[in-house]
Design a protein around this ligand. Sequence first.
Ligand code: CAO
Length: 416
Amino acid sequence: MSKPLDGVKIIDFTHVQAGPACTQMLAWFGADVIKVERPGSGDVTRSQLRDIPGVDALYFTMLNSNKRSLTLDTKKPEGKEVLEKLIRESDVLVENFGPGALDRMGFSWERLNELNPKMIVASVKGFSDGHHYDDLKVYENVAQCAGGAASTTGFWDGPPTISAAALGDSNTGMHLAIGILTALIGRDKTGKGQKVAVSMQDSVLNLCRVKLRDQQRLDRVGYLEEYPQYPHGEFSDVVPRGGNAGGGGQPGWVLKCKGWETDANAYIYFTVQGHAWEPICRAIGRPEWIDDPAYKTAEARQPHIFEIFKTIEEWLADKTKFEAVDVLRKFDIPCSPVLTMKELANDPSLRASGTIAEVQHKERGSYLTVGSPIKFSDMKPEITGSPLLGEHTEEVLAGLGYSRNQIENLRESKVV
Ligand code: CAO
């Protein structure tokens, strides 16, 4: 089946997570993604957190499926020559090296644009160009702190907290993918490539948009009525950490279900959607609350929202998280069991949709990965195993016109 990005050739000069997540997604959608890696070692994630000695780690296999791997020392003159050839015939180069690394290698934006004016050059950095921290190297948790996620996540009486979701890494990669696709459409109109840059700080902040909303509301009125601090607690002049409160106009909380004493994830998230108050009261067996002025409006409920949650927990005490959701769904109440990675891995619906995909790898056998979260009516991305280090070196070099002898010489001089 042909795919929308068939024919788009991408030099994947990325490593760790932010860049690889971006190029992996483009590969699922048909792009020919050639991962350029240092001979001998390759992407550091190949060997990080290994679960099988000597075999590419899941950290690597889960972020580099559907790609080809070319080993190339791009600091050696012969390696630069190969890269230049590749640049001349590629549509996109994606990189997430530390600040200035590509320039030091001799491939500044100006040089790349000179080599191939149609090529899109896409970069991830920790901070945007010109930012007072733009010389910093950045990893996931650093970005979460820099982008406002950490100061607004966790409980008010605890420290700033990091989210398990890769807000700094994969999220930035997704932003970059949008930028690359936009630049490709732009190129169809202008014939010109351009530089696309995304910073991890900006990408985290983009997801913390509602917290900037809250800062401005706090500045104006001095309190935030949907936070647990209202109306009994104190507000300072910065957006506080709100625990598990709902981020929008609907109060919500993580509530205990049957078995919570021994199962750390026997919980559901329960949302008190304003217009669903009547069905909530019916579902939890409190019809008398429907017209009670102390409960009838969101404003009336907020001062004793935790007493309401406690009552719901009493109702939940004899129900597992799955049983509870099965009742609540009949009343159209937004809720979900708190699902573990084990439950998600074995979820038949996620398997059927391809969101959890089982993939074959030449050395490790089968493993699970997260497939495309984007679904199309005319295409189902097929996830293939990640490449071994340098698996496609010969194939890529032959495609660039190198003879068997020349390839052998490059191997002997450790350029590939
Ligand atoms: N051949 C020869 N040299 C190569 C090469 C190749 N194929 N591929 C990379 N290199 C070299 C680079 O040229 C660079 O060399 P110099 O520093 O001497 O110029 C070096 O390898 C890579 O440097 P780096 O700064 O990218 O790597 P690091 O491990 O020190 O830092 C990271 C890693 C992620 C902190 C840094 O790359 C970074 O800040 N990237 C931007 C932000 C980012 O994407 N972070 C998220 C990573 S996911 O958690």
